[in-house]
Design a protein around this ligand. Structure first.
Ligand code: ADP
Ligand code: ZN
Length: 662
């Protein structure tokens, strides 16, 4: 055998590999990085195959193979190839995303002893005796070590899901296996990291998320790759950690939208994790209090096994949830008398309250009552949000900002008003209403850096705030022992949003934020202000009945033919002129019609809801099928044609498989 060809994946927006010649290639070269000439320069790529022949003529010789970095293993290459195929994204670009930035440039991280975790600082709390349901869940998963099975661990916040993960990780480590744990938020990893490190003082725990320094990420990646790391803990990109001894995968808060990347390679880390568990023949546990409807559906159909934790491990009861009918009451600054008196009683008892409003800024828009002018963003189709704190109008999508005008730019009227209510306005009115109370606002503006965020958390924990005003930032993962009241305002809009996933998101958000109350010894109360108190979504919340809500939603989706009863793909295009984007999509649609199998339907190209972004206009085209294989087969052929299609110079397009946003 005369292996003379290296097949190399390069970080280029082209759906192909590149061949180079060498004097003699060896199968061991597969998975190594190599420098190759490209154009007039040089690029670093990954060798994905070696071969005797090439279908291309006039090959250039490859440069130096980067030694010193262990080769990427075959199962890792297979994982990235799967993502390339499934998400219709060039393999070289997938590999570039999956590698830490430093390694992608062929640099090896400076050797440094990875810090011996925080274990020594906080001694391991003794692990509690498992409750019967936890015990059953652990036993069910542990019985299947060594083969693939997917489990849905469904349990309310505080029901002890994390304890179940820790026990399973303990068993995996005892068998000499590695564990991979994915969590949605970088902000939650330090907390979990110290809990994990404290529990496993002898294990090597490695984090992987985009907030880490390049060197630390590369060192972690290499420790995972050469098998030294026992536990990899991280956000969605951690799913690409190479793990030669992988024995268990855990995805916590599996319903969280942040597992889906919204740019470049639009992958779902949860779905990729399930594929990976299957590929490696290991169990995977998807945990949530409000599973995604896709996962809930699979648990119902027997594809995943359902494990339930039906009660909280420590607190005695779930918080009581009540709707406050606001139709017959004149609200005071958006707040009902029932919520006001509930806040008062918390102040009297020296307990904390949280008023949840998922809209930051002072008001969603500035408007002129005389001529109808509204503050619109000049670069996208959204409204500019009023931020009174620094007297700015700000676009929440792309960061454009302007000074608040004194006169109406339309007619010169000086009497222009903020309309509606955001967290800043709510903070202001609560502070005016309760002058003796410390009101603390927690949103992306007040917690704009990790340091500010930590300071806010400390203030809350030390009891130096009585009333919190917060967005969903406060909904996740935090325990505030003195928090006993959650008021929800302004949630109704999401009931009637155009996006069919909006109710699912609202339910899980409210369930999560409600779960912040009464976590310790004090009982919690949740008050939802609404004009639709009889709405089934709120009624299910009142009854703490996720299953009822999810079953009803699934039935609606079945009737409408929405996911999980169908599979969707979007082709999006953006250009300076909307017409160019639409024209590209029309040609793409015509190309598709020639390839279209019976099982796949194609919709008309339409402008996107937020159609203008930074002076680019965007449109999209939806393809849908009840059969995933049919859709995938069609997509492969279609994408091939799209790459050949001549597009205007400033036009960009991409494909989003299983899109979450429309
Ligand atoms: P979840 O991940 O479902 O929110 P956790 O695993 O964090 O729940 O558990 C919530 C709280 O209950 C934690 O303080 C944890 O230490 C405690 N806990 C969990 N399981 C038990 C148990 N079997 N006995 C006593 N306390 C437990
Ligand atoms: Zn005006």
């Amino acid at each position: 055998m005369n292996l003379r060809i290296l097949r190399v994946a390069l970080d280029l927006p082209l759906p192909r590999l590149f061949d180079y010649t060498v004097a003699a290639a060896a199968p061991e070269d597969i998975g190594c990085c190599v420098r190759v000439p490209f154009g007039s320069g040089e690029k670093l790529g990954v060798i994905v195959a070696v071969s005797e022949t090439s279908e291309h003529a006039k090959l250039k010789p490859a440069g130096e193979i980067v030694r010193g970095l262990p080769a990427l293993p075959p199962d890792w290459l297979a994982l990235t190839e799967f993502c390339s195929r499934y998400y219709q994204h060039p393999w070289g670009e997938v590999i570039a995303l999956a590698l830490p930035p430093q390694l992608r440039r062929g640099k090896l991280p400076a050797a440094r002893k990875t810090k011996a975790a925080a274990a020594a600082l906080c001694p391991a709390p003794p692990s509690p005796v498992l409750l019967p349901e936890q015990d059953a869940a652990v036993a069910a998963v542990a019985a299947g070590f060594g083969r693939y099975e997917a489990f849905l661990l469904h349990g309310v916040t505080g029901s002890g899901k994390t304890e179940v993960y820790l026990r399973l990780i303990e068993q995996a480590l005892a068998m000499g296996l590695q564990a991979l744990m994915l969590v949605p938020e970088i902000a939650l990893t330090p907390q979990l990291e110290s809990r994990v490190a404290a529990r496993f003082p002898d294990a090597m725990v490695v984090s992987a998320h985009s907030g880490m320094s390049g060197g630390a990420r590369s060192r972690g990646f290499i420790a995972a790759l050469d098998g030294r790391a026992d536990i990899v803990l991280g956000t969605r990109l951690a799913v690409f950690s190479p793990l030669p001894r992988l024995g268990l995968i855990v995805v916590d808060e599996e319903h969280d939208a942040s597992f889906k990347q919204q740019e470049g390679l639009r992958y779902s880390a949860r779905d990729v994790a399930v594929w990976r568990a299957h590929q490696c023949g290991v169990p995977i546990v998807l945990g949530s209090a409000t599973p995604s409807l896709e996962t809930f559906y699979h648990a119902g159909s027997g594809r995943y096994r359902l494990l339930e934790l039906s009660r909280r491990a420590v607190a005695l009861e779930m918080p009581s949830v009540r709707c406050i009918d606001t139709r017959r009451e004149k609200l005071q600054e958006g707040i009902s008398s029932a919520l006001l008196s509930a806040l008062e009683s918390r102040l009297a008892r020296n307990e904390q309250s949280l008023v949840f409003l998922n809209r930051r800024g002072y008001a969603p828009v500035l408007a002129c009552p005389a001529c109808g002018w509204v503050s619109r963003c000049s670069r996208c189709a959204a409204n500019l949000v009023v931020h009174l704190a620094d007297r700015r109008l700000r676009c929440h999508h792309f960061g454009l900002e302007e000074i608040i005008p004194i006169h109406c730019p339309g007619c010169g009227n000086v009497d222009i008003h903020p309309f509606g209510r955001g967290t800043q306005r709510l903070e202001e009115s609560l502070a005016a209403r309760f002058p003796g109370a410390r009101v603390l606002r927690v949103d992306r503006d007040s917690a704009s850096t990790p340091k500010k965020w930590q300071t806010l958390l400390d203030t809350i924990h030390e009891g130096r705030a009585e009333i919190l005003v917060g967005t969903q930032m406060l909904a996740k993962g935090h325990d505030f022992p003195r928090l006993t009241l959650v008021g929800v305002v302004g949630a109704d809009a999401a009931l009637f949003a155009a996006d069919f996933r909006a109710p699912e998101r609202l339910f899980s958000q409210l369930m999560q934020v409600g779960g912040r109350s009464g976590r310790a010894a004090l009982p919690g109360e949740v008050l939802i202000q609404t004009e639709y108190p009889a709405h089934p979504l709120y009624q299910a919340l009142v009854a703490h009945d996720y299953t009822r809500f999810a079953s009803a939603q699934l039935e609606e989706r079945r009737v409408a033919g929405f996911p999980p009863f169908s599979f969707q793909v979007l082709l999006r295009a953006e250009a300076r002129q909307l017409e160019d984007a639409l024209a590209f999509l029309r040609i793409a649609a015509a190309t598709a019609s020639a390839l279209l199998p019976h099982a796949v339907s194609l919709y008309d190209p339409v402008p996107m809801r937020l159609y203008r972004v930074m002076a680019l206009e965007r449109a999209q085209l939806l393809a849908e099928s009840k059969s995933r294989p049919a859709l995938q087969a069609f997509l492969a052929l279609w994408t091939e044609q799209l790459y050949l299609q001549k597009a205007p110079r400033d036009l960009r397009w991409h494909i989003d498989v299983d899109p979450l946003e429309f």
